[in-house]
Write a protein that binds this ligand. Structure first.
Ligand SMILES: Cc1cc2nc3c(=O)[nH]c(=O)nc-3n(C[C@H](O)[C@H](O)[C@H](O)COP(=O)(O)OP(=O)(O)OC[C@H]3O[C@@H](n4cnc5c(N)ncnc54)[C@H](O)[C@@H]3O)c2cc1C
Length: 488
């Protein structure tokens, strides 16, 4: 990954309260003994199908040699394996090893910088490193990752496996995997290979395109470099974010600590959830719309978590270094405080519980999709207020990628977050409208679902949408993950 450290002027135009410390997320893997008879969940404590995933064992390698030895022993014993990170921030059941005897291989202790080459502007890191750590380490060397997901509490392995991205059509685009110039992958091998092998891929290997996005198996376009939009369909409003580079001579200590990713007082998160549950169970759509309007007004007033100096927001433009503005996850990195505060969705408190439908639609047809959604809102004006409580529909640019499972065309990515009931049999308000949007996106407009979000229906027939899927399948090492997501 490479680029120079950049000073950015940010003109971008959620709700929770900040405390001095926070309870970092719980470990997604729990075992009845030290490392056996385990369960694995995601950071929300619930997979889309609400089932519990069990695994026989978990292993915590600290070096590549240890990974080889673990993979070798498990392959010899015929065990199914899955990689689990210390966060499990993906919604789908990606890390479930498909069978109670399966083995989880955790990247928790694989979080070191291997090499920094400031002259070549490249870094080599272990796959369990958090994006926040990568950004920090790069900055120390005067480097910056050009584009990143907005959430820095994910690991590099997880980000690459699910094709995670920020927003841009410039240069190589916004997906992190398009900045990868080499990878080392440990896969099962035959007896003559000692049941495990290391595959070393660099830019001259076509297989790098298979490995970059591996699923763990192995209007008018803005002229600005970064741009995204938050669309509030029921309010008929869009907030545009515009970022520009400025000369390094321009001083600025701006910081983006997105309010929705901050440590939140558990009592506040619980009271917001109780209000949402009351509105949902009593069909109070009018009130939901009022709450949505209040939420977006407050968010705008507090500049979404932007500050000009790391403490206070005094006005736009906010100027600062790329590493301080591009991505945030402060609720993950704060010290333990006994759950007085937590990430707003932490399943140990009764806070946010939502679902996300996220897909990329080709720029050639995206206008029609947006018009279809507008027509639905015209029919049911209050139907999408609920998702405006989660800062509306986030729209980001993703460029066509050479990765076999990356974006197939230049596209607009839509992130839709909305209420989920704790009771599996209770539908959400206007569920029909939300499902119609999902169906239009995925089937009518051939949208590509984000690999790390969505429920299973979004992946129905998904491989037919990828030109080089055969090349990917040739490289794949196991069928377990695909079966787990209902992909044959
Ligand atoms: C609050 C929040 C905000 C988000 N914002 C964005 C965003 O702005 N843009 C975006 O695109 N996405 C976003 N996401 C989605 C997120 O980037 C992905 O879900 C990402 O995969 C999570 O990374 P993780 O480290 O938790 O991986 P996990 O969810 O634990 O793992 C994902 C997959 O990667 C595999 N895997 C992980 N490491 C390895 C490895 N070393 N080798 C092989 N396989 C591996 C796992 O087996 C699994 O299949 C967000 C998620 C959250 C929770």
């Amino acid at each position: 990954m490479s680029s120079t450290r950049k000073l950015l002027r940010s003109n971008f135009l959620l709700i929770l309260f900040i405390a001095a410390s926070c309870s970092p997320p719980d470990d997604p893997v729990k075992c009845s003994t030290k490392d056996s008879d385990c369960t694995i969940t995601n950071c929300y404590g619930m997979f889309p199908d609400r089932s519990t995933c069990r695994a026989g064992n978990v292993a915590y390698p600290g070096t590549e040699e240890e990974i080889v030895s673990i993979v070798s022993a498990a392959t010899k014993a015929g065990k199914k394996m899955k990689v689990v990170t210390s966060f499990a921030h993906s919604i789908p059941k990606l890390a479930c090893p498909d069978g109670v005897d399966g083995l989880l291989i955790s990247t928790k202790y694989l979080n070191h910088v291997v090499n920094v080459d400031a002259a070549a502007m490249t870094m080599t890191v272990e796959s369990g490193m958090a994006l926040s750590q990568l950004i920090e380490e790069a900055a120390k060397a005067g480097l910056a990752l050009p584009y990143a997901p907005y959430w820095s509490g994910a690991t590099i392995g997880g980000i690459l496996s699910t094709g995670s991205h920020g927003s841009s059509l410039w240069g190589k685009g916004s997906a992190v995997h398009d900045y990868v110039i080499g990878m080392r992958i440990v896969s099962p091998g035959g007896p003559d290979e000692g049941y495990a092998k290391i595959r070393i891929l660099n830019e001259s290997h076509e297989d790098l395109n298979a490995a970059k996005v591996s699923l763990g198996v192995l209007g008018v376009i803005s002229q600005h470099e970064f741009a995204d939009m938050s669309w509030y369909p029921s309010q008929r409003q869009v907030v545009y974010r515009v970022d520009d580079r400025v000369s390094p001579d321009v001083s600025g200590e701006g910081l983006y600590d997105f309010t929705g990713f901050r440590d939140t007082l558990s009592l506040v998160a619980e009271s917001i959830r109780t209000t949402e549950e009351t509105q949902e169970s009593n069909g109070l759509d009018e009130l939901k719309c009022v709450s949505a309007g209040v939420t977006t007004t407050i968010l705008g007033a507090i500049a979404y978590g932007l500050t000009n100096n790391g403490i206070i927001f005094t006005g736009y433009p906010v100027i600062g270094y790329q590493n301080r503005l591009q991505s945030s996850s402060s609720c993950v990195n704060s010290p333990e405080d006994g759950l007085i505060t937590a990430c707003p969705w932490d399943p140990r408190i009764k806070g946010e519980f939502f679902h996300q439908t996220t897909f990329k639609i080709s720029l050639s047809v995206v206008q029609s999709f947006i018009e279809d959604v507008q027509s639905l809102v015209a029919l049911e004006p209050k139907s999408l207020c609920g998702l405006e409580l989660y800062n509306g529909i986030l729209m980001r640019y993703v460029k066509a990628s050479s990765a076999y499972l990356g974006s197939q065309e230049d596209a607009l990515d839509f992130d839709i977050t909305y209420y989920r009931s704790k009771d599996p049999l209770t539908p959400r308000l206007y569920e029909d409208i939300l499902e119609e949007i999902e169906q239009m996106a995925v089937f009518k407009y051939g949208g590509l679902p984000h690999w790390g979000k969505n429920r299973n229906i979004a992946f129905d027939g998904v491989f037919k949408k990828y030109r080089n899927v055969t090349e990917f399948l040739k490289f794949r090492v196991g069928k377990g993950m695909l079966a787990a997501r209902g992909i044959k």
